[in-house]
Design a protein around this ligand. Structure first.
Ligand code: NAD
Length: 296
């Protein structure tokens, strides 16, 4: 069993850290929010007051923070993990961030003598709770092999996507598809409402037909057909609209840099921007169905 410094204990990091404790690992934890740290301390982790304290003397550092800005703080800051970690510590950034930052942080880590993976996840808060996340990893094969047993404590599917940054590349492609699928699913439910077609009947038919998707069957944007989804709790996240919007911006940045044509991704980004900026940034991204109804 390993010693792990875990930084960032939010909707995703909190349950991921709890699953590592359940798997028998010894954790030191830190978050800017003391209540999140206390919650993990009650589950058996050692509470820390800083990134430095959580990262020092551990075999692994795992981070789960919102954006590239916070990832840079966690790893490159004067009190960050590169300054604090012991020689041989393996660094795993599970946050969803831009490919450029992921590659810059990995380069700095390598120059400081550390092995690092970008290891963003898919599966949402429900997958984090259940320990069934998918990890998409960028870095060397040797580092991937070392990290795999740790990642298996939090996920079910662990994939090596290639060199540094390639985990993030896979993640932004996935989320662009997820947002496009979700918005299409929302449009279909609103059209069905206007046509007088019952939502459960639509769900039963489409979930067995060519319009089906993960967004429909696991993340259904109307209450009822899938009782665990955010739609059943007033669109409390789940996956906040501001985070999906961030991922769609990352995809558009990457499309511009590479010249890839992504017109549907661009449209999804614009719609998520409208929804988030209308006071819904902290609502689950599937709540965009309210805006499509003309009610958000
Ligand atoms: P969150 O906002 O719930 O949690 C982020 C946590 O990081 C917060 O508790 C915050 O206090 C902490 N934090 C921020 N800066 C910090 C710092 N400098 N030091 C220590 N702690 C710091 O966000 P989340 O939903 O857990 O998402 C985290 C990452 O996972 C994001 O990159 C997101 O895009 C990605 N992600 C989220 C989901 C989801 O369904 N929520 C799914 C897949 C991927």
């Amino acid at each position: 069993m390993a010693t792990i410094g875990f930084i960032g204990l939010g909707n995703m990091g909190g349950p991921m850290a709890r699953n590592l404790i359940k798997a028998g690992h010894k954790l030191k934890v830190y978050d800017l929010r003391p209540e999140a740290v206390q919650y993990l301390a009650q589950a058996g982790a050692k509470a820390c007051q800083s990134i430095r304290e959580a990262a020092s003397g551990m075999e692994f550092v795992v981070s789960m923070v919102p954006t590239g800005k916070e990832s840079r703080e966690v790893y490159l800051g004067p009190e960050g993990a590169l300054a604090a970690a012991a020689k041989g510590t393996v660094l795993l950034d599970c946050s969803t961030i831009d490919v450029e930052t992921a590659r810059a942080v990995a380069k700095a880590a390598s120059e400081a003598g550390f092995e690092m993976l970008d290891a963003p996840v898919s599966g949402g808060q429900m997958g984090a709770e259940a320990g069934t996340l998918t990890f998409m990893c960028g870095g060397s094969s040797a580092t991937f092999a070392k990290a795999r047993p740790i990642l298996e404590g939090m996920g079910r599917t662990i994939v090596h996507a290639g060199g540094p940054g390639n985990g993030q590349a896979a993640k932004i492609c996935n989320n662009m598809m997820a947002a496009i699928n979700m918005i299409g699913t929302c449009e279909a439910f609103v059209l069905a409402e206007k046509l007088g077609l019952d939502k459960q009947v639509l769900f039963d038919i489409v979930s067995k037909s060519s319009g089906s998707s993960f967004q429909l069957t696991n993340y259904c944007p109307v209450p009822g057909p899938v009782p665990t989804t955010p739609a059943n709790r007033g669109y409390q996240p789940g996956f906040a609209a501001k985070l999906m919007w961030k991922d769609l911006r990352l995809a558009q940045d990457a499309a511009r840099q590479t010249g890839a044509a992504t017109p549907m991704g661009a449209q999804a980004q614009a719609l998520m921007a409208l929804f988030a900026n209308a006071g819904n940034a902290d609502m689950d991204f599937s709540g965009i169905i309210q805006m499509i109804r003309g009610k958000a």
